[in-house]
Design a protein around this ligand. Structure first.
Ligand SMILES: *Cc1c(COP(=O)(O)O)cnc(C)c1O
Length: 392
């Protein structure tokens, strides 16, 4: 599509491949294979002379519609869709690493991302150093000539720490290292990592791209050369492809992504402001508020604060559990980015595997609640949150 159309328009039309029936809504091409009109045509598909589809592990028309649509939104030359967010993270890292390479990662990572970097990579001879994401001096000290890539999330889960994407990209590029960023919390609507200097962006599409808690999915975006020459062979031969049905759900999710993200972020900002001085809440973290420790950076690299708010309920774990159990509208779960608002107690669920010291280093206290703000009316949510807080 032409670049002068706004993201909202492109998210409705980009990437459409219509069949001979000219269907309005995109078709689900639920097929693993493709019949060739002749033996010569089959041969041409395999040499790449004919760019058509070969096998759904390599590509499928519905999956390709999703890939083209999100690549257009992200401003990426190419995208490859995966079966889950973790398949995307795994492929984005493993497809470009070799034994002897060095990786620098921020300490505050989604649990399974941490497992890949901390436990899996060293098994294959990749050495890893962790840094505090916000501290640029630590990045400068850790990145060395053998560093092949750096990896981080911004904002991070669950304490919403930011990494200065442009500054870390400068340091990494100084030694020829690539920057891989997990952009799930910011969403493609509020942060554009490629424009800030990142080389590869990964998403768990399970979160805001689906946005209604239905399917697992993921996507990796980057340059045409990276996606075609490094990522695609890895994905083709290891089998983490997205299913056509999932791709259709995600494709339709993209049509409403700007509207949902805007509404959810607006509610999150309102809730953060309304609860910041609540007597039953200690620390409240939201990148869109001036009291966020990195507010200036948030204003520079994000266009809104996102839809996640984190806060400490007074009374430690007992206070947090009392609050959670008193909620009537907000659901207790570990997912995020759903239309339904979700409250999580990271210390006993998503981050229970960590030691108490590791949790303390990440700011994950026993009273910490991560709130993923959904599509409900913000006043209804606030009433529920305030009533639950009053029981603490
Ligand atoms: C959920 C999540 C993932 C993993 O995605 P799945 O789709 O669950 O595999 C990775 N990174 C972040 C930041 C996430 O929130």
């Amino acid at each position: 599509m032409t670049d002068d159309l706004s993201p909202r328009t492109r998210l409705v039309h980009e990437g459409v491949r219509r069949s001979q029936f000219n269907e309005m809504s995109e078709a689900i091409f639920l097929t693993q294979g493709f019949a060739y009109p002749s033996a010569e045509a089959a041969a041409a598909r395999f040499t790449g002379e004919d760019p058509g589809f070969v096998y759904a592990r390599y590509g499928n028309p519905t999956v390709a519609m999703f890939e083209d649509r999100i690549a257009g939104l992200e401003g990426a030359q190419a995208a490859f869709a995966t079966a889950s967010g973790m398949a995307a993270v795994h492929a984005a890292l493993m497809c470009q690493l070799r034994a002897g390479d060095h990786v620098v990662a921020a300490r505050a990572l989604f649990g399974s991302c941490l497992w890949i970097v901390e436990t899996l990579l060293p098994r294959f001879g990749v050495s890893v150093d962790f840094v505090d994401g916000p501290d640029l001096d630590q990045w400068r000290a850790a990145i060395r000539p053998t560093t092949k890539l750096v990896f981080f999330e911004s904002p991070s889960n669950p304490t919403l720490e930011l990494v200065d994407i442009a500054a870390v990209a400068d340091i990494a590029h100084g030694v020829g290292a690539r920057v891989v960023i997990d952009n799930v919390f910011a969403t493609p609507m509020f942060q554009r990592p490629l424009a800030l200097g990142a080389d590869v962006v990964v998403y768990s599409a399970t979160k805001y791209i689906d946005g209604q808690g239905r399917c697992l999915g993921g996507v990796v975006l980057g340059s045409e050369r990276f996606v075609r020459d490094e990522l695609e062979p890895f994905m083709k031969h290891t089998g983490g492809a997205m299913s056509p049905f999932t791709a259709w759900v995600m494709l339709k999710g993209l049509e409403t992504l700007p509207l949902r993200c805007a509404a959810q972020a607006e509610s999150a900002a309102r809730i953060a402001d309304a609860l910041a001085d609540h007597p039953k809440i200690g620390r409240l973290l939201y990148p869109g508020r001036p009291d966020h420790p990195q507010h200036a950076l948030a204003a520079r690299q994000m266009s809104a604060g996102g839809a996640i708010v984190a806060f400490d309920v007074t009374g430690g774990q007992a206070g947090a559990f009392r609050f959670l159990n008193a909620l009537r509208l907000v659901l207790i779960s570990n997912n995020l980015g759903d239309a339904k608002s979700i409250a999580t107690h990271p210390a006993t669920t998503t981050h229970q595997r960590l030691t108490e010291e590791a949790r303390a280093a990440l700011g994950i206290t026993q009273g910490l609640i991560r709130l993923s703000v959904g599509l409900e009316d913000a006043d209804d949510l606030l009433r529920d949150l305030r009533r639950a807080l009053s029981t603490v």
